[in-house]
Design a protein around this ligand. Structure first.
Ligand SMILES: Nc1ncnc2c1ncn2[C@@H]1O[C@H](COP(=O)(O)OP(=O)(O)O)[C@@H](O)[C@H]1O
Ligand SMILES: [Mg+2]
Length: 372
């Protein structure tokens, strides 16, 4: 579980920091930096596991590593990018909160990109910088990051048949959905909880069954709607599959971690969104009562006024607002950066934005915003 993230020199971020609750909804217009934020978290996890330039090459989803470095005023990549986080880790002597910082120095090819990852205590405790591999807690940190993952399931991938050999967490595109369902179904109690969440969101879906097909070593998934014959996922609707995938990731008994959900409302009817948020929040760990594992954290991005309204109703403290701001310093060319503010009725000047302002920003014609 990540309690704080700091980003500098990565894409649209410069001197950016944010306290992260276990359940957070990051709202903002297009190109405000929401996906960049999730990708920075994902990259940090990859660099903790493999602190090399190759990790950066493997990470790049959109463009190559050079495009990940923030462009400076002279249109050259900045010298270095830094991504740091405070991570709650179930370590050798119980829970601890190390700070981990990855720094990547830019170099023009053929020189390599130099990566360093340092684990230290969170400031205000004694600083003890040391290389990742020599610290006891570092191993646990590596384990904790294995389940930091971005999810943006697509209908085509969710219809792919899954192997019964598959033990991985839900893939970013959802292509091993059947395997995750199979894992949940191992425990009758876990399966009941999962089905209860599904029923709350998809009342017409009366049953989901997942059976191991031993002949082909694959999972057969059957969906039974009210007054219909049972069908496979091939014919299920995109919205149905998305609900199953998001809930499956949130119920996966073997892969807790940081679930980063890109615009979970896509393919869903707006009336389902409040329930979806409720159920995902219900699957999120409470930091104070965590007694085993590394906990389950849920980070959601959205530009939907419906998601915003639902999140403000349910958990206003979970909502943060991202937008861009242009900086002019010392006669240098202007720079466009991602800025974050909490959504609150009051606070220190410049640190907050009111719910009404956010609603008007995301829904200028006022079609979805109650009270706007
Ligand atoms: N290397 C970079 N340097 C500066 N800005 C960047 C860089 N890479 C991406 N960006 C900015 O990030 C924006 C995309 O942000 P993104 O997180 O995808 O938006 P969204 O909030 O819609 O998810 C781009 O429009 C661009 O302004
Ligand atoms: Mg995005």
């Amino acid at each position: 579980m990540i309690t704080r993230i700091e980003i500098d020199g990565y894409k649209s971020f410069e001197g950016f920091s944010l306290h992260l609750p276990p359940f957070a909804v990051l709202v903002g217009a297009n190109a405000s930096g929401k996906s960049n934020l999730l990708e920075a978290v994902d990259l940090l996890g990859q660099l903790i596991r493999e602190p090399t330039g190759q990790a950066l090459v493997d990470h790049a989803r959109r463009g190559g590593p050079k495009e990940l470095f923030r462009r400076g005023p002279d249109n050259r990549p900045v010298e270095a990018m830094r991504i740091a986080a405070h991570v709650l880790v179930n370590g050798p002597e119980g829970y601890c909160l190390p700070r981990v910082e990855a720094e990547i120095r830019y170099a023009d090819p053929p020189d390599p990109l130099c990566v360093s990852v340092l684990v230290s205590d969170v400031p205000n405790q004694a600083m003890r910088d040391m290389p990742l591999h020599t610290v006891d807690v570092a191993e646990h940190l590596v384990t904790a990051t294995k389940d930091w993952r971005i999810l943006e399931p697509t209908p085509r991938a969710m219809r792919v048949v899954s192997s019964t050999y598959d033990t991985a967490p839900l893939a970013e595109d959802g292509k091993n959905l059947g395997a995750v369902l199979g894992r949940i179904a191992r425990s009758p109690e876990g399966w009941r909880d999962f089905q209860a969440d599904v029923a709350a969101l998809l009342p017409d879906l009366v049953d989901v069954t997942v059976e191991a097909n031993t002949e082909w070593a694959q999972w057969d998934v059957w969906l039974q709607h009210k007054h219909e014959h049972r069908m496979t996922t091939n014919t299920a609707s995109a919205g149905t599959l998305r609900v199953l995938a998001l809930l499956a990731a949130a119920h996966d008994p073997d892969h807790e971690g940081v679930l980063m959900l890109e615009e979970p409302e896509n393919h869903l009817h707006p009336s389902r969104i409040p329930q979806l948020l409720q159920r995902l929040r219900g699957r999120t760990s409470d930091r104070a009562t965590l007694t085993s594992g590394n906990g389950r954290q849920t980070l959601i991005t959205s530009h939907s006024p419906v998601t915003l309204a639902a999140a403000l109703d349910m958990a206003p403290e979970s909502v943060v607002f991202l937008d861009t701001v242009t900086r002019f310093d010392d006669g240098q060319p202007p720079r466009r950066l991602t800025r974050v503010r909490k959504v609150a009725d009051e606070g220190e000047r410049g640190t907050f934005v009111t719910p009404l302002e956010v609603r008007k920003y995301l829904d200028p014609v006022g079609r979805f915003s109650r009270g706007a």
